[in-house]
Design a protein around this ligand. Structure first.
Ligand code: MN
Length: 228
């Protein structure tokens, strides 16, 4: 067999302290996972109905690379999030076994074309164009769970041009990492290589060309970059 065209490169994330890269299969994201962010969006967090969406695997931006300002928006927003990488997958994974599937953790930005999202919400349309655009998922290097354990209560923060924009403790997530894995595995067969963005706290706001961001998940990972 030969491919009809050259096969696409597999998007991959550096693993801290190694020369290995983690190949990304899919990127899942949960919405409204911090009560203060749900409130600022005029919504309420609902434990009965987790909201999931996805981004293409090749939306990642690695190595603190520049992020090209996306087309078709004048309201690009940052959402700083803890990111989980899966070593193994499965269906109907029980909460009690969910963390066994985790390879490591990172910090990332769920970049959002907020103006397109507002239109989609108003019309009842899908969020894909608001969330799943090119370069919409800057992500730090991964830290191995086998080294650092499973972070349950860590400071998550984002500054833009040195000014604090978002900060929280990941212990205030509405769905824990284990619960998110469990819920996703009821909808999809999770696979090794899947990434999960675990939601953002309050303080989402505009990013402009030239802005420099610095995201940190304390004790785990740091991410820097610039909008160009
Ligand atoms: Mn988000």
């Amino acid at each position: 067999m030969t491919y009809a065209i050259a096969p696409h490169a597999i998007p991959a994330i550096p693993v801290t302290g190694t020369d290995m890269r983690f190949p990304v299969h899919r990127i899942y994201c949960i919405g409204r996972n911090y009560a203060d962010h749900a409130r600022e969006m005029g919504a309420t967090a609902d434990r009965a109905n987790p909201i999931f969406f996805s981004k293409p695997a090749d939306a990642i931006v690695i190595d603190d690379g520049d992020v090209p300002y996306p087309p078709a928006t004048s309201d690009l927003h940052h959402e700083v999030e803890m990111v989980v990488a899966l070593a193994t997958g499965g269906r109907d994974i029980p909460v009690a076994r969910a963390l066994d599937h985790v390879y490591g953790y990172a910090v990332g930005l769920d970049l959002t074309r907020r103006d397109l999202q507002a239109i989609a919400k108003a019309k009842g349309n899908p969020w894909d164009a608001a969330k799943g655009f090119d370069h919409s998922a800057p992500v730090s290097a991964l830290r191995l769970a086998s080294e650092i354990g499973h972070p349950t209560s860590n400071r998550l923060s984002l500054t833009v041009n040195g000014e604090m924009r978002q900060q929280t403790d990941t212990g205030s997530m509405i769905f824990s990492v284990a619960e998110i894995i469990h819920e996703l595995s009821r909808l999809y067969e999770l696979q090794s290589g899947d990434l999960i963005f675990t939601g953002t706290p309050a303080g989402v706001a505009v990013l402009k060309r030239g802005d420099r961001f610095h995201a940190e998940l304390a004790g785990v990972a740091m991410l820097e970059g610039k909008l160009v």
